[in-house]
Design a binder for this molecule. Structure first.
Ligand SMILES: [Zn+2]
Length: 125
């Protein structure tokens, strides 16, 4: 139904194997399994660009995919995590657009989501 997803990097036409999602509220870039559908703030990356990914200064990169892992994750947990992150990013972007650049007051929902993301950040601890 949908065409083959390709790497979003300029001049790179390789098939995408992962999706990069920016969580602006946490200055975190999450690299996870290929999203089931494209979203405006998600970027599909091929295997090579996934490995070479570097975050902007001051940002953290959370990799839900192991570098040596096959393109398709084995468990549903990783996909669930990636989807949760995308869910968290979605209202954030909508609110930012509506606010017109002014400072926002955090609501309880967002605090909870940020707390959830903080767990993802240090998987080794
Ligand atoms: Zn690429």
């Amino acid at each position: 139904m949908s065409p083959v997803r390709r790497c979003s990097r300029t001049a790179c036409g390789r098939p995408a194997v992962a999706t990069l999602t920016y969580v602006y509220a946490d200055s975190t870039a999450v690299l996870g399994p290929l999203a089931t559908y494209a979203e405006p703030h998600c970027y599909d990356l091929c295997a090579e660009h996934s490995e070479r990914l570097t975050a902007p200064r001051g940002w953290e990169v959370v990799r839900l995919l192991d570098g040596s892992a096959p393109a398709r994750p084995s468990g549903d947990d990783l996909e669930a995590l990636a989807n949760a992150v995308r869910e968290a990013a979605r209202p954030q972007e909508r609110a930012a657009g509506a606010a017109g650049g002014g400072p926002r007051t955090a609501d309880p929902m967002e605090v909870a989501r940020r707390g959830h993301l903080r767990v993802l950040r240090s998987p080794d601890n």
